[in-house]
Design a protein around this ligand. Structure first.
Ligand SMILES: Nc1ncnc2c1ncn2[C@@H]1O[C@H](COP(=O)(O)OP(=O)(O)OP(=O)(O)O)[C@@H](O)[C@H]1O
Ligand SMILES: [Mg+2]
Ligand SMILES: [Mg+2]
Length: 497
């Protein structure tokens, strides 16, 4: 064992083995078997015991727990950024942890300490410590959780985050749920300092159900008796489910209107959805900082400067991000649900309206999700609506590519995805279907299918090269956070963000 190499890359290779292979997912789907639910939580409890902790140990982390369909990560990033301002000015919270998903470029971005991705060395250390403990421990009954077994990818990372944060002496930790809430691996936390539920909508229907009410039931599962909970304005059906579950659990749930103290605070993008995320983040941060004695009183009329700076300086890469290059302005946003793509395309449209000219290029992917074909029409409609010349296409060029990063070397290890059908990628099946659909929606657009992200970026640069002097290509990269992460990695030649 000691002679085995244990670098960061080794850890990622081992982690990738914990993905459920596509063939198994397919077989389960055909047999109507749903992924772990109640049993999944029981197993997580067994794994936590085996790595040497109890749920009560997690309370030492003063956890802020966030669920929701959209805006979870953004809300968590705002809270973390506010903490960071307090830390810089007042030395507290002593150490902060942030657990988010998915990652943009490197798995270690999911586990942040003092806002920075955990180092490769520390990631590898804690990853293999968890591994060894799971191999060796004979604690917790074996019934559903055989000795030596490991949980799947996201669940394993949750264990690594708890271990890393506890070992590193993190004083407050912000946790984004993976899928749902009630049965999510992060839901072993029994006494969060506060829970937050961001915007609810439709996603992960196979696991959570196909109505916003069913989905709300799952997300409400993170609320805990004795811990304050907050949400923002929701669709009426969803709001009702949240309130009913809060009552059952005897939780004081507050549904917040957009915080009037945000007036004049320059959050990015300056859009209603982001104000909702910021509103939720303010309430969560106020609760924690009050508990830690760092916030003495809450003013109804004005936010403390630390909050304003935290909100304004918050950087959450790959979401509504703009990057300028000589002949191309890249607009990158990892939206990947029906609702968020509507928001996202409105954001892109507002960015270019009146301010930017030049050919428009969209680069889109949604790997393994043919249902995303329905997300295309609203994007086109949004862009058409800003055209003064109605003969102009929504986009001059539309590129559908895979999430494979490079044309020569393929996937970066942190992006290997065994859960999708490899033959679909080889044949570019979903990309051709999207292309056909787009050609029908927007016949004047030039539609192309390309195998990799690198090819797609080069295509956009090629359009720029062929454009008249002074014109700047307006490129919109969206549909998948992996696509956006891969694109940012190529544009910046970096390993992690
Ligand atoms: N409150 C919101 N309502 C609708 N769309 C949103 C909201 N917040 C963010 N978005 C859109 O969704 C994208 C993803 O945001 P974010 O990463 O915060 O969500 P998430 O809930 O963490 O999503 P994921 O399912 O990828 O973990 C953003 O780039 C933006 O386009
Ligand atoms: Mg999601
Ligand atoms: Mg997220």
């Amino acid at each position: 064992m000691a002679s085995t190499s244990r670098t960061y890359n080794d850890a990622i290779d081992k982690l990738n083995e914990l993905q459920t292979p596509f063939a198994v997912i397919e077989a389960r789907r055909k047999a109507g078997i749903l992924p772990d639910s109640v049993l999944g939580i029981a197993k997580m409890r067994a794994y936590l015991t085996r790595i040497g902790y109890t749920p009560a140990d997690l309370d030492r982390l003063n956890i802020v727990h966030v669920a929701g369909t959209k805006g979870k990560g953004s809300t968590c990033a705002f809270v973390d950024s506010i903490f960071s301002q307090y830390q810089q000015r007042h030395g507290g919270p002593r150490k902060t942890g942030l657990f988010t998903s998915p990652h943009l470029m490197a798995v270690r971005e999911r586990i942040r300490i003092d806002s920075k991705p955990i180092s490769e060395e520390l990631f590898a250390k804690y990853f293999f410590e968890v591994w060894d403990r799971l191999e060796e421990s004979r604690e917790a009954p074996e019934e559903d959780t055989p000795f030596g077994s490991k949980p799947v990818y996201a669940r394993y990372l949750t264990l690594v985050s708890w271990h890393a944060f506890l070992q590193e002496g993190v004083e407050v930790a912000v946790y984004e749920t993976g899928i749902g809430g009630e049965y999510d691996s992060t839901n072993l936390v029994s006494s969060p300092v506060a829970s937050g539920i961001s915007t609810l909508g439709i996603d992960h229907v196979a696991i959570l159900g196909d109505t916003v009410e069913k989905i709300a039931w799952h997300k409400a599962g993170i609320m805990k008796m004795g811990s304050p909970a907050f949400t923002i304005e929701q669709l009426p059906g969803a709001a009702e489910v949240l309130m009913n579950r809060a009552k059952e659990k005897e939780v004081n749930l507050r549904a917040l209107k957009i915080d009037p103290r945000l007036e004049g605070v320059k959050i990015r993008p300056n859009a209603v959805f982001q104000k909702k995320n910021a509103t939720l983040a303010i309430a969560l941060a106020e609760t924690v900082l009050t508990k830690l004695g760092l916030l003495k009183e809450v003013s109804e009329s004005k936010l403390p400067q630390e909050f304003i700076d935290g909100l304004e300086k918050c950087v959450f890469r790959g979401r509504c991000e703009v990057k300028e290059e000589k002949n191309v302005t890249w607009h990158l946003d990892g939206a990947h649900t029906a609702d968020s793509l509507k928001m996202s395309s409105k954001w892109f449209a507002s960015e270019i309206t009146g301010r930017r000219t030049g050919p428009r290029v969209m680069i889109f992917n949604q790997q393994g999700r043919i249902e995303a074909i329905d997300f295309l029409q609203p994007i086109s409609t949004t862009l058409q609506s800003i055209n003064e010349d109605h003969d102009r296409p929504a986009f001059d060029h539309v590129v559908f590519c895979t999430n494979v990063t490079y044309s020569q070397t393929g996937y970066k290890r942190d992006f290997v995805n065994n859960t999708i059908d490899p033959s679909e990628i080889d044949k570019l099946t979903v990309q051709h279907a999207f292309a056909e659909k787009w050609a029908a929606i927007d016949p004047k657009a030039k539609v192309v299918v390309l195998p990799t992200i690198e090819d797609a970026l080069n295509y956009a640069r090629g359009v720029a090269g062929a454009s008249p002097e002074g014109e700047v290509v307006q490129a919109y990269v969206t549909g998948s956070l992996h696509l956006v992460g891969g694109a940012l990695g190529i544009l910046e030649e970096t390993d992690a963000l």
